[in-house]
Design a protein around this ligand. Structure first.
Ligand SMILES: Nc1ncnc2c1ncn2[C@@H]1O[C@H](COP(=O)(O)OP(=O)(O)OP(=O)(O)O)[C@@H](O)[C@H]1O
Length: 573
């Protein structure tokens, strides 16, 4: 059936605004050559050509094999290499009429030009691969306020284009006012596009309206939803009302009809949704999460639209903090397997996640959380400065399972653990690189999204100034690990048991004199130690076990090698 007028106002407005683009940029030029002498027999005089053009406009050629004579077949081969032609016709692209051919793999077009007196003709053939096309729409001109009908102008293809590290949408207009002509092209293109299996058709979307500068909904509405509509993706949107809202929906709802889950927010939202998806998978598979279970993979891929303040997970999987790039990865169905950690205490699963920090990282977050009344940037800077001022090492027993040791030895797993006891300013465990503007190469630059291992980065006891130098190097070209007190390991599992007598509640006691007047709630529980797990505060009463689970989750995105350039400098230290 001939679709259109476009279904929603938003879509109409979007599509019609594309009509303003009178000239289409050239896309993927394939040949600039001379097709003169060889093609002489086929070349028509301008009058003949006009007739052909008129005929094609009212009657597009469906390219059944028998519809081409031998010579035509040869010329088609030149266009398509090996691809069978499906339909061929004439469209105006930009200001010129073009001979346009659809095959199952691409749309190819070349301008129809009169022959020169010498018979030489330079033809610029261009094409767009259908694997890069995510939408096709009928293009109509409508007057202001008109919602249906309108003059048919042709069809528009929407292409996903790579520009540096970004993905962008790009419209290519094929103008032809014949309804029959456009109908055939539209139907054929739709058929091909709907056959791409990885591309989602229905998504569950969570938008956290409280993320960062409270712009998540606007980002979704303006940058993402119109692209989903162009790609004919149905989006079931929940605007979360509180922490844990997305988690409870994922735990309890029927997710059968969805091809993926999308979160619009920051790392805290991503962590909540990733944990929800993974926990749901364990529940569905009957895993006992109160034991040393082997987790099953999440069934649905997760898309991340960055709208938070750090967006480390989104940056690690897209290489850039750019909502349109993130949306295009979802639409095109780019899948990236990602390693995930589980965090358990006393044999019980606390949560799934990507990264954890103990010591400086945990204390800073705990302090920032207690000052939620401050604006986010100010709160973080305050917490970093205050924690640095009170910098104290943690007395811990740190054990880890190094990757090499387990691979090369067939020992009892317990004997493979390496254990050290000592004072640590900070201990980080990261399953993914954790790229962010403050650490453009990543907090763990030597780990990859799915290399089957985690980075353990332990900063031992050192002076405040040495520790600050180490932190500052995350935002510079110098190696942040080339300090004698910093040790890195590639590991499969980590156990950390704090042995300090003083828990982080001591920091609160120190802090209370100054901040009681603000009525800041004390969120610590006696004897619990603060961990920063994906930007979320996790209070752990005793030893925490962190295990790596290779490729447990699929994200929409690609593995990137290059980090986003740091545009924002960290001014807090
Ligand atoms: N309506 C809401 N009001 C308050 N908090 C919410 C709401 N919906 C979700 N949350 C919670 O807000 C927390 C923080 O959100 P999020 O991570 O998206 O933003 P952020 O903290 O600004 O960004 P980042 O984590 O990248 O620094 C999440 O843990 C999430 O569960």
């Amino acid at each position: 059936m001939f679709e259109s007028p476009l279904k929603s106002n938003a879509r109409n407005a979007w599509s019609e605004s594309q009509e303003e683009l009178s000239e289409t940029e050239p896309v993927s030029p394939v040949s600039k050559g001379t097709r003169g002498k060889k093609k002489k027999k086929r070349r028509q005089q301008p009058q003949q050509q006009q007739q052909t053009e008129k005929r094609s406009v009212s009657a597009p050629q469906l390219c059944a094999e028998e519809s081409f004579d031998r010579e035509d077949e040869q010329s088609e081969k030149r266009y398509t290499d090996y691809d069978e032609p499906i339909v061929r016709g004439i469209f105006q692209i930009g200001k010129k009429s073009h001979d346009v051919l659809l095959t199952s793999m691409r749309v190819t077009w070349s301008p129809i030009q009169p022959e020169t007196p010498t018979g030489e003709l330079t033809v610029r053939t261009e094409y767009v691969e259908l694997k890069d096309v995510f939408g096709v729409k009928v293009k109509r001109r409508r007057s202001a306020g008109q919602e249906t009908g309108g003059t048919l102008l042709g069809i528009t293809l929407f292409q996903c284009k790579k520009k540096g590290p970004k993905l962008k949408d790009h419209a290519i207009h094929f103008n032809n006012m014949s309804v029959d002509h456009c109908e055939i092209w539209f139907k054929k293109l739709k058929e091909i596009l709907s056959s791409f299996q990885n591309r989602p058709k229905s998504l569950k979307v969570f938008v956290n309206p409280a993320s960062h500068k409270k712009e998540a909904y606007q980002i979704y509405r303006d940058d993402v939803a119109p692209l989903f509509q162009l790609a004919d993706i149905k989006a079931d949107v929940t605007i979360t009302e509180r922490k844990g809202h997305a988690f409870s929906i994922l735990k309890e709802s029927n997710l059968d009809g969805y091809d993926g889950v999308v979160v619009v927010g920051g790392d805290g939202s991503v962590a909540e949704v990733a944990h929800g998806l993974l926990l749901r998978a364990q529940m569905d598979a009957g895993r006992d999460t109160d034991s040393m279970f082997t987790p099953v993979r999440a069934t649905l891929p997760l898309g991340l639209i960055p709208a938070g303040s750090t967006d480390m997970v989104a940056c690690s999987v897209h290489g850039i903090r750019h909502p349109v790039t993130a949306a295009m990865h979802i639409i095109m169905g780019h899948h990236q397997e990602v390693d995930v950690c589980s965090f358990s205490c006393l044999g019980r699963l606390l949560r799934f996640g990507f990264s954890a920090m103990f010591g400086f990282g945990g204390r800073t977050l705990a302090l920032a959380e207690r000052h939620r009344w401050m604006p986010p940037g100010q709160r973080r800077e305050f917490a970093v400065i205050k924690t640095l001022a009170n910098l104290k090492p943690e007395d811990c027993e740190l054990s880890y399972l190094p990757v090499k040791k387990v691979q090369t030895e067939t020992l009892d797993p317990e004997e493979s653990w390496t254990t050290t006891r000592g004072l640590f300013l900070n201990v980080s465990i990261m399953a993914i690189p954790c790229l962010c503007s403050m650490a453009p190469r990543g907090l763990a630059p030597n780990t990859r999204l799915n290399n089957g291992s985690m980075a353990l980065i332990a900063a031992g006891n050192a002076s405040r100034s040495e520790f600050i130098k180490h932190l500052k190097r995350y935002n510079s070209v110098n190696n942040q690990f080339s300090f004698s007190f910093v040790e890195t390991q590639t590991v499969w599992a980590v156990r950390l048991r704090p042995r300090s007598q003083s828990s982080w509640s001591d920091d609160i006691a120190e802090d209370n004199g100054e901040y009681d007047s603000k009525n800041t709630p004390i969120i610590s529980s006696e004897g619990a130690y603060p961990w920063n797990v994906d930007g979320d505060l996790l209070e752990v009463p005793s030893e925490l076990l962190i295990r790596l689970h290779p490729q447990l989750l699929t994200l929409f995105g690609v593995d990137i090698e290059e980090a986003e350039e740091a545009h924002i400098k960290c001014s807090c230290i």
